[in-house]
Write a protein that binds this ligand. Structure first.
Ligand SMILES: Nc1nc2c(ncn2[C@@H]2O[C@H](COP(=O)(O)OP(=O)(O)OP(=O)(O)O)[C@@H](O)[C@H]2O)c(=O)[nH]1
Length: 367
């Protein structure tokens, strides 16, 4: 999928959209830490209470008439109708951005229903969209899994790249004893790290620059995307940071050797030796197919939290995600919106995670 080129990089504006409960949690954790005039944070939700506690530049309560601000009740049909009801407000925000980074949790009503629609609105305006989406815990039940899988398929149709973070991998990595809130915090931290590295790459003029044209070239690849960030304090640990970036255990893995486009961005506070730079680029080139477009960038960012940061974006890969065979056809699709019915799901076996999460929302604050 192609989109128009934004020529003026200096004026590039990035919109980070947190959609649904999980997306809003993510924006809440990032908002006060990213001080970048080119980036605006937006929370989008059907849940008025969550929005009132959100920390962002602006927010949209979608579907206020439909849901009265009480959420989508784990029904993506409601999430979709809500986004449609509030299309004008969403379009105002989307039009103000050159690139959209969307964070959402798939499996519920708002994020699953509204995110593909928001991506579609952006696509219709030729704005690139990168989506970071969590997938529900297996323990949340089959219904949520199916909803998430269908939502993911929808999202892939409209977004340029969708990176998935399966929540179950939190258990694999952090162990069963980790508290639910701590596990979510950890996952939100990964989302945080990926989003801030993307912002840095796009906003800071590099010594070796990945410009929007390069970025678009890689993002136009069809297939699955993977994003990874690795950080270190010493140049001697760069190889370890690269391994971290290439194999983040919390991000769904894809077969890198099938990737058709890769961006490798190195951010450093001061300087990186040519030798280290070349070693990193060679290692990445060996991991992908010889025909892949590999774009390299390096920027000096004096305000980085770590001395070195490596960001890898690989696109066009064949997925290793296992999809359920019988996805419930009754789950609504963005393109069949007129058929969608505003019926709140009565599934009793669904975990309502937002109720847990709401209690840990930070107090409202003004930036
Ligand atoms: N990693 C992570 N996952 C979350 C978080 N909050 C929710 N989730 C996951 O995201 C899925 C969707 O939950 P929410 O984002 O709260 O749901 P929603 O999109 O707001 O939908 P409704 O509540 O039905 O309106 C859940 O099934 C969880 O798996 C979070 O803070 N971090």
């Amino acid at each position: 999928m192609m989109f128009e080129l934004v020529e003026n990089l200096d004026g590039l504006s990035i919109g980070v959209f947190g959609i649904g409960g999980c997306g809003c949690n993510t924006v809440n954790t990032i908002f006060n830490e990213v001080q970048n005039p080119q980036t605006k944070f937006y929370c989008v939700n059907t849940d008025k209470v969550v929005l009132e506690h959100s920390q962002s530049d602006d927010f949209v309560l979608i579907g206020a008439e439909l849901t009265n601000g009480y959420g989508a009740g784990a029904d993506p049909a409601i999430g979709l109708l809500a986004a449609q009801e509030s299309e004008e407000q969403l379009l105002t925000l989307i039009k103000s951005c050159d690139i959209l980074l969307c964070a959402t949790g798939l499996g519920g009503g708002t994020g699953t229903g509204a995110s593909p629609y928001i991506a579609k609105l952006a696509k219709d305006l030729n704005k690139p969209v990168i989506c970071l989406a969590t997938l529900p815990f297996i323990s949340e039940g089959d219904f949520r899994r199916k909803v998430a899988e269908q939502g993911l398929d929808e999202l892939k149709q409209f977004a340029n790249a969708v990176v998935t973070l399966p929540n179950d991998q939190l258990i694999e990595v952090l162990g069963n004893d980790i508290g639910l809130f701590d596990a979510f915090k950890h996952s939100n931290q990964i989302l945080h790290s990926l989003i801030t590295s993307l912002i840095d790459m796009l906003c800071y003029q590099g010594l070796i620059n990945v410009d929007l044209r390069d970025f678009q070239r890689v993002m136009d690849a069809q297939g699955d995307a993977v994003l990874g960030v690795g950080k270190c304090a010493d140049e001697s640990d760069l190889q370890m940071a690269l391994t971290q970036a290439l194999s983040n255990p919390l991000v769904s893995s894809v077969d890198m050797s099938t990737s058709t486009g890769v961006i490798v961005q190195i951010n450093c506070v001061d300087e990186i030796s040519l030798g280290s730079y070349n070693t990193i680029m060679d290692t990445v080139r060996h991991q992908v197919s010889p025909n892949a477009v590999v774009i390299c960038g390096a920027s000096k960012i004096t305000c980085l939290a770590n001395n070195f940061e490596i960001l890898i974006i690989a696109t066009g890969a064949k997925s290793q995600l296992i999809h359920a065979k019988n996805i419930d056809e009754t789950i609504p699709k963005v393109e069949q919106t007129t058929k969608a019915k505003a019926v709140v799901s009565s599934q009793s076996d669904i975990f309502d995670i937002p109720a847990f999460i709401r209690s840990q929302s930070p107090a409202p604050s003004v930036k």
